[in-house]
Design a protein around this ligand. Structure first.
Ligand code: FAD
Ligand code: 2HG
Ligand code: ZN
Length: 470
């Protein structure tokens, strides 16, 4: 018996050190890309317990895999198959510690589920704008660790932009209390921003102070059929011109992606399906009134129809219709999962160059990969596409991934580089892209990242092998 297990039981309580039974919820990732085996799943209930767990694991030289809701897309939150790694689940740190309406801030623990935070903010009369389809199970700690994006980024920014302060347990098991609610603080290096987006490799985030916003007076949603990606970009420009800061969502969806929703979720109606190669979902959040928002939207859509960048459009009449439109968009990842194993890309490209990128890369993949099926959708307003690849229909998907994934990634990422983009805008590197990163990030940047990792985690026990190989 490993003596560490008894020490962990003494630190957090025997009921919260899981070693037996079905641990697949902690050991298998959301996309079913990896089934690992942990030494134990440890579920501390306080920051002090997290610190104790880290000190014990550091003492034993045992690697730690931090985990929130385990909805990550790049196999960063599940253990490898060595049976040596401890999964440190933050789920029991789920308290909202304080809300300061005057300062427009809320301080929450890392394991708070995003949807619960949104709801608590709304109940208090505020908006917490981070929004993504995994919000029913992802946690604020995981959102911070991945610097998650989602569907409101073009107005409110990524999770990084919503965070003012952090509490972090270091690799040595010390607690850094950086829970500041300040919007300005220039007292040295920005430690907060170092931990955000570090995917659990530099420290364990245990709590955060996040920004709140006033609730919009009216939020309206529209759906438009657009004849090409170029037209979608033109529509984006028109929407920015007509709605200004009111434009809170602009999502593009290719017909094949929408077809997967129609196929696997027949209860969901896909509007304007099949009319044009792409559809666009737009959201207008207004601080004046619903009639004002509707009038703005109508003027925008009239201009778009006149221009020809939209060929048809509908505006939701009520909240239920708006929810139904969002449901189509949010169900694409699930529909893709139901279609089978797939290759995902969360790339970003300067918005102006996206039409040319798609035209060239679509043709390249169709030429190079027999039977390839492109699932293209995403946050066009942020220049961020989920340029995904589904295995050929009726083919052997696991074999396709084994034989073609590296090649598909190289083809897509080389195109991303050619168009001055990033190989990951949202999901991060995890283990899935760790071997690719050195080809697309400069040696200087990687050297600096390694220096930071070695300085903060000299034993290399925090999520080793994810993001960077040392
Ligand atoms: P996990 O999956 O548990 O962990 C993710 C990473 O963070 C891992 O590396 C883990 O080790 C680390 N980590 C977790 N908690 C902590 C902590 N407290 N301290 C330190 N490290 C930690 N992402 C987007 O950006 N935009 C989207 O629109 C989006 N939509 C999604 C839709 C679906 C249906 C799904 C399944 C995923 C989606 N994601 C999206 C991906 C995912 O990144 C987010 O769901 C979320 O940010 C992950 O949070 P989590 O709590 O599940 O983290
Ligand atoms: C989204 O935008 C997520 O829905 C997931 O980032 C994207 O499934 C994907 O590829
Ligand atoms: Zn996304």
């Amino acid at each position: 018996m490993n003596p560490l297990l008894d020490q962990l039981r003494a630190a957090v309580g025997a009921a919260y050190v899981l070693v037996d039974g079905d641990l697949s919820a902690y050991e298998t990732d959301w996309r079913q890309r990896s089934k690992g085996k942990s030494l134990a799943v440890v579920r501390p209930g306080t920051t002090a317990e997290v610190a104790a767990v880290v000190r014990l694991c550091a003492g034993a030289g045992t690697p730690i895999v931090p985990q929130g809701g385990n909805t990550g897309m790049v196999v960063g939150s599940t253990p490898d198959d060595s049976g040596r790694e401890v999964v440190l689940s933050l789920g029991r740190l789920n308290r909202v510690r304080a809300m300061d309406g005057g300062n427009l801030t809320v301080t929450v623990e890392a394991g708070v589920v995003l949807q619960n935070l949104q709801q608590q903010a709304q109940d208090a009369g505020f908006l917490f704008p981070l929004s993504l389809a995994a919000e029913g199970s992802c946690t604020i700690g995981g959102n911070l660790a991945t610097n998650a994006g989602g569907t409101q980024v073009l107005r409110y920014g990524n999770t990084r932009d919503l965070c003012l302060g952090l509490e972090v347990v270091t690799a040595q098991g010390e607690v850094w209390d950086g829970l500041s609610g300040l919007r300005k603080d220039n007292t040295g290096y920005d430690l907060r921003d170092l931990f955000i987006g570090s995917e659990g490799t530099l420290g364990i985030i245990t709590a955060a102070t996040m920004k709140l916003y006033p609730l919009p007076v009216a939020t309206l949603t529209a759906w438009a059929a657009v004849p090409s990606m170029e037209a979608a970009v033109t529509l984006l420009g028109l929407a920015q011109h007509h709605l200004g800061a009111g434009l809170t969502g602009f999502e593009v969806m290719g017909q094949f992606a929408l077809g997967l929703v129609a196929k696997h979720m027949p209860q969901i109606r896909v509007p304007l399906y099949g009319q044009t190669p792409y559809c666009v979902l737009l959201e207008n959040s207004d601080q004046e009134s619903e009639p004002h928002a509707r009038e703005q939207f109508e003027r925008l859509l009239e201009a778009a129809l006149e221009d020809g960048c939209a060929t048809d459009a509908v505006v939701a009449e009520n909240i239920a219709q708006a929810r139904a439109l969002w449901q189509v968009r949010e169900n694409i990842p699930l529909a893709q999962a139901q279609e089978g194993l797939n290759i995902k890309h969360d790339i970003s490209i300067p918005v102006s160059r996206i039409p040319a990128f798609c035209a060239e890369t679509d043709a390249l993949l169709q030429r190079e990969i027999a039977g390839v099926r492109l699932v293209n959708f995403g946050h066009l307003g942020d220049g961020n596409l989920h340029y995904n690849v589904q295995a050929p229909a009726d083919g052997d998907a696991p074999a396709f991934l084994r034989e073609q994934e590296a090649r598909v990634n190289t083809l897509v990422f080389d195109q991303v580089r050619k168009f001055d983009g990033s190989i990951s805008a949202e999901h991060g590197i995890g283990t899935l892209k760790v071997d690719k990163l050195p080809h697309y990030k400069s040696a200087v940047a990687l050297g600096l990242m390694r220096s930071v990792k070695r300085a903060l985690d000299p034993q290399n026990i925090l999520n080793p092998g994810r993001v960077l190989k040392l």
